[in-house]
Design a protein around this ligand. Structure first.
Ligand SMILES: C[S@@+](CC[C@H](N)C(=O)[O-])C[C@H]1O[C@@H](n2cnc3c(N)ncnc32)[C@H](O)[C@@H]1O
Ligand SMILES: [Mg+2]
Length: 437
């Protein structure tokens, strides 16, 4: 039984790796295809990005929609103008770390900070972290820190990051949280007004759910475009920023890079392609699954008929639009501002007039994936994975004797002391023997 469990545990890691290796080429191909030049022809794209109708499954997307979304976001982060310069990156609503897995591969990143309000995904992600031990080593050290908290609360540990990513999170937030989120991200985390803003990127994706019936209307989907808060002029902090709000766009990309238009414009079709698919997908599922997509708070409100899911999404998007406008027109003293008598920085722990930033998030996990200078026993080439048998056996409570893999219940029960006792097993501790080859 224990052998089966442990074998399963081991193979679960292997399985995750295998899955990753299946998906990664997709992802890499996608990221490369959507390269920086934007010169990919429509035909080429059509070959690689398409949807099929399956009698049983309905519309099936290739590559999977979430990978397309990740690729679009990663590609922005890998833009050559700030490639290698983004060192501290935040992933808001990181869920099960599925995007962080890819984020780790973006060159130059030294610090990844994840924030999620839910605790269940945090537990899953803690499991995922272990996979790194057997992966290729990084050239440079990386620190991954996972927090639990409401991304709307401004925690000082996230101040001064170079990029903020929030994939499919904002539609799960209530408008009042979203209000604070935008302030937190723009005013605090990305230090918009600091010298560093030249490479600050904020990437927010969401879906629009504007229509409830299923029709593929490419034209109108292409017309539906993102709300994008455009560039601040980097050195002239008093000048009016360019605000480019395009009504109806479901993909929001906030990009503070000076003269960022050309980042976004050539990508528009690609972005729309990505989000068009998401849009169709979500419309398909709208009636049945929509409610499940919202956070618990929203779900409760929806259950009590206080919030309609579609109206809620629209409100969220309107709110973002309004806030981005406000941020630009009222850039001074915004932190202390009181709108309609409500204190913006009201916080459950601090009450009204809460400090602008503080330690709001609970630290869940800190983690450093192995890198080249680690004094570690395993060695890895990109195309090959090497785990010393001796190490593997020690970790899993197995031992090799004369080409036999031996497992002992006693050793498993004392797993924490294996490192020192493995050579001193009494003979009768060897309760089970397995020959694998
Ligand atoms: C649909 S998942 C997105 C997962 C991930 N970003 C991705 O695209 O793969 C939304 C996540 O946002 C989180 N979330 C919702 N509201 C949040 C908030 N106010 N602060 C932080 N995380 C939040 C949820 O717990 C959930 O894990
Ligand atoms: Mg969603």
């Amino acid at each position: 039984m224990i052998i089966t469990l442990q074998t399963l545990m081991f193979f679960r890691e292997t399985l995750l790796k295998a899955l990753d290796s299946i998906l990664r080429p997709y992802y890499n191909k996608f990221a490369l295809t959507f390269g920086r030049n934007g010169d990919v022809s429509d035909e080429e794209l059509d070959e690689q990005v398409f949807a099929e109708f399956d009698e049983e499954k309905g519309v099936v997307f290739y590559p999977p929609v979430y990978l397309q979304r990740y690729a679009a976001v990663s590609d922005c982060l890998m833009d050559e103008r700030w490639s290698g310069k983004l060192e501290k990156v935040v992933d808001l609503g990181y869920h099960d770390m599925s995007f962080i897995k890819y984020l780790k591969e973006v060159s130059g990143i030294q610090c990844i900070l994840g924030v999620d309000i839910e605790s269940i995904p945090l537990r899953c992600s803690s499991d995922l972290i272990g996979c790194d031990d057997y992966g290729p080593k990084r050239e440079k050290p990386l620190q991954v820190t996972l927090f639990q908290g409401n991304a709307a609360d401004p925690d000082y540990r996230l101040i001064g990051c170079d990029a903020v990513v929030a994939i499919e999170m904002i539609e799960h937030m209530l408008p009042q949280d979203l209000d604070r989120l935008i302030h937190t991200v723009v005013e605090s985390y990305t230090e918009l007004y600091s010298e560093k803003q030249s490479c600050v990127t904020i990437l927010i994706t969401t879906q629009s759910n504007q229509k409830s019936e299923y029709t593929i209307d490419t034209e109108s989907l292409l017309r539906s475009t993102a709300t994008r808060l455009a560039a601040f002029e980097q050195h002239d902090k008093t000048s009016q920023c360019n605000l480019d709000v395009e009504a109806g766009k479901n993909y929001m990309m906030f990009d503070y890079e000076e003269m960022c238009y050309d980042v976004v414009v050539p990508r528009r079709k690609i972005d729309n392609r990505v989000y068009m698919i998401e849009d169709v997908n979500s419309r398909l599922n709208c009636s049945t699954l929509q409610i499940n997509k919202f956070s618990k708070t929203s779900q409760n409100l929806i259950a009590k008929n206080k919030v309609d899911s579609l109206v809620h999404t629209r409100e969220v998007i309107d709110e973002i639009r309004h806030l981005t406008k406000m941020l630009n027109f009222n850039r001074s003293g915004i932190n202390q501002s009181i709108e309609n008598g409500v204190h913006i920085w009201h916080n459950i722990n601090w009450g009204d007039n809460a400090p602008y930033w503080n330690q709001y998030y609970k630290l869940v996990r800190e983690y450093n994936p192995p890198h080249e200078f680690d004094d570690d026993e395993g060695s890895v080439e990109l195309s090959r994975l090497e785990i010393p048998m001796e190490r593997l056996m020690r970790w899993d409570g197995y031992q090799i004797v004369d080409n036999m893999v031996i497992h002992s219940r006693l050793v498993v029960d004392n797993a924490s002391t294996l490192g020192t006792q493995e050579d001193d097993w009494p003979d009768d501790a060897v309760s089970e023997v397995k020959k694998y080859y």
